[in-house]
Design a protein around this ligand. Structure first.
Ligand SMILES: Nc1ncnc2c1ncn2[C@@H]1O[C@H](COP(=O)(O)OP(=O)(O)OP(=O)(O)O)[C@@H](O)[C@H]1O
Ligand SMILES: [Mg+2]
Length: 274
């Protein structure tokens, strides 16, 4: 399953939600999960997880021979929580339109290797973003409850629909909902004539300490934000992982190994932490 997070504007929390969404999916399901930084220019995904990757998306595009798609694994970095990361390159302006084919191939390979592929798509619809959105089973539009963001939200919904993402594939996430207090979620829904699918409160202290420690929010002390992130991941994971079901993961230790079959599928992955 491919899930993209797209910001309605810079700084809405797209990376925070993509990284924590991916880490929670891995924690809850124990299935192979990767987060890909597809933002144009240097991204933050690896930084949020305290990683210094040797390889990036740009290495995959520039160096990988697509005759051997399995080799994509050697460009992946692994976090202690078991989440795999495909980091962004350092070049400004890339991935560029000429990289579309490489991105498409990379997504196909990773989708075959991983149960969950989570994409931080940044906040602009460039050529490579459009390919990611078209390949996605679900697109999460991340907004904050401020006027510029909400105005962009309406425009972005139209743009995303034009890219072919319609109906249940498109979800709207209101991040930092409690902070601005200008408009309630109900007011926003009424004014824009749409439904907000997920709401997350504002908790800068928790988010900042997770980034400072290079861990997901779920690795810190339980917080309301953690509960909200957990709930989103469980709906992505599917009904078997809803709270209270036998498979909800709450009985399992965080250190349990992944399922044998999935571990086999990923054998040969050599994390390259620099
Ligand atoms: N729910 C939240 N509560 C409080 N602070 C948050 C929350 N979500 C994100 N932030 C903070 O907002 C800032 C921007 O977050 P983040 O980098 O995830 O956004 P982004 O949309 O990926 O930004 P960019 O456009 O730079 O890629 C960070 O300082 C982050 O800690
Ligand atoms: Mg970001």
């Amino acid at each position: 399953m491919i899930v993209s997070f797209l910001g309605t504007k810079g700084g809405t929390g797209t990376t925070t939600l993509a990284v924590n969404g991916a880490a929670d999916l891995r924690r809850i399901t124990r299935r192979p999960t990767i987060v890909i930084d597809l933002k144009t220019g240097p991204g933050d995904v690896a930084l949020f997880l305290g990683l210094r990757p040797r390889h990036t998306v740009l290495h995959v595009i520039d160096q990988l021979s697509w005759m051997d798609p399995g080799a994509v694994s050697k460009y992946v970095t692994e976090h202690d929580c078991g989440l795999h990361v495909m980091a962004a390159g350092d070049e400004y302006g890339r991935p560029a339109p000429r990289d579309v084919e490489g991105i498409e191939q990379m997504l196909k390979c990773l989708n075959a290797l991983y149960e969950f592929v989570i994409i931080d798509a940044g906040s602009t619809i460039a050529a490579c973003t459009a390919i990611a959105l078209q390949s996605s089973d679900m697109v999460m539009l991340v907004a904050n409850p401020d006027v510029p963001c909400l105005r962009n939200l309406q425009r972005l919904i139209d743009a995303v629909k034009l890219a072919g993402v319609v109906g249940e594939r498109l979800k709207i996430v209101l991040n930092r909902a409690s902070e601005f207090g200008v408009m309630s979620t109900a007011q926003i829904e009424r004014v824009l004539g749409l439904t907000i699918d997920y709401t997350l409160g504002s908790d800068y202290r928790t988010v900042a300490s997770a980034v400072n420690s290079g861990v997901p929010v779920s690795a810190l002390r339980t917080s309301e934000l953690h509960g909200q992130l957990d709930a989103i991941a469980r709906t992505i994971a599917g009904p078997a992982f809803r709270r209270g079901t036998p498979d909800d993961g709450s009985e399992r230790s965080e250190d349990d190994p992944p399922e044998p079959e999935k571990r086999h599928r990923l054998s040969g992955v050599r994390p390259a932490v620099g």
